[in-house]
Design a binder for this molecule. Structure first.
Ligand code: DX5
Ligand code: ZN
Length: 217
C-alpha cells in the first residue's frame, strides 16, 4: 500500500515543515488538493505552491484537481513538478483528451469519480490511466465521514483491472483512518489518502503507522 497524506489538513503557514514530517515518517505520496472555488466551493492552491514545495520534497506529488476546465492547468502543473495529475470525470466533457494531454506532458494520468458517479462513466479511459481515484466523501473539504457504499466501486475497479489485465493503482480519498482503511484495502484499494487523520494527530507518524497496520488485520 501507498500512503498519501493530504496537505489540506496541514498548517498552511508551515507547509514545508508539515511535508517534512510526513516524508520523514516514510510515506510514498503527497496528496495536494487543488480547488478552484467553482467545481467545489473552496479555494486552495495553484501551481505556484506546488513549485514552491517541490524544492522541499522528493515525494511523489499526487495532485487532485477539483477544478473546472482541468486542461488549462496541465502545462503549469507539469512545469511545477507535479508527478500525478487527477481529473474529475464530472469536470470535463473531454476526459480522453485531458488524460492524453497529462501523459504527453510527462505526468501520470489519473481519473477521479465522485460518490454519485458510476464506474461505467470511466470504463472507456481505464486502459489509459495510471491511477483511478474513488472519492469516499463528496469533495470539497476535509474531515468528512467515509461513505462505505463506495467500496462497491473499488471492487468493480479491482475486478475490471484483473479481468482486462490493466495497470492502474486504485486510490481512495476521504474519511480514511485506522478503521476505514481496512475496508478500503479489502475492497482492493492500494493508495490511501488521509488528511485530518494524519495532520490532525499530535504525532502524525503514529497515524501513518496505524494506517499501515490496517493491511495486517
Ligand atoms: C476532499 C479532499 C481530500 C481531503 C481528505 O475534498 O479531496 O483529499 O483532504 O480529508 P480527510 O482525510 O480529512 O477526509
Ligand atoms: Zn483529495
Amino acid at each position: 500500500m501507498k500512503i498519501a497524506p493530504s496537505i489540506l489538513s496541514a498548517d498552511f503557514a508551515n507547509l514545508a515543515h508539515d511535508v517534512e514530517v510526513v516524508e520523514n515518517a516514510g510515506v510514498e505520496y503527497l496528496h495536494i488538493d487543488i480547488m478552484d472555488g467553482h467545481f467545489v466551493s473552496n479555494l486552495t492552491f495553484g501551481a505556484n505552491v506546488v513549485k514552491a514545495l517541490r524544492s522541499h520534497s522528493n515525494l511523489v506529488f499526487d495532485c487532485h484537481m477539483m477544478v473546472e476546465d482541468p486542461e488549462k492547468y496541465v502545462a503549469d502543473f507539469a512545469q511545477a513538478g507535479a508527478d500525478i495529475m487527477g481529473v474529475h470525470a464530472e469536470a470535463t466533457p473531454h476526459l480522453h483528451s485531458v488524460l492524453s494531454l497529462i501523459k504527453s506532458a510527462g505526468m501520470k494520468a489519473e481519473v477521479v469519480i465522485n460518490p454519485g458517479t458510476p464506474v461505467s462513466m470511466i470504463s472507456e479511459v481505464l486502459p489509459m490511466v495510471d491511477q483511478v481515484l474513488v472519492m469516499t466523501v463528496d469533495p470539497g473539504m476535509g474531515g468528512q465521514k467515509f461513505l462505505a457504499e463506495t467500496m462497491t466501486k473499488v471492487k468493480q475497479l479491482a475486478d475490471a483491472k484483473k479481468k482486462n489485465n490493466l495497470n492502474y493503482d486504485i486510490e481512495v480519498d476521504g474519511g480514511l483512518n485506522d478503521q476505514t482503511v481496512k475496508q478500503a484495502l479489502a475492497a482492493g484499494a492500494n493508495v490511501i489518502v488521509a488528511g485530518s487523520y494524519i495532520f490532525g494527530a499530535d504525532v502524525p507518524a503514529d497515524s501513518i503507522t496505524a494506517l499501515r497496520k490496517g493491511s495486517e488485520t
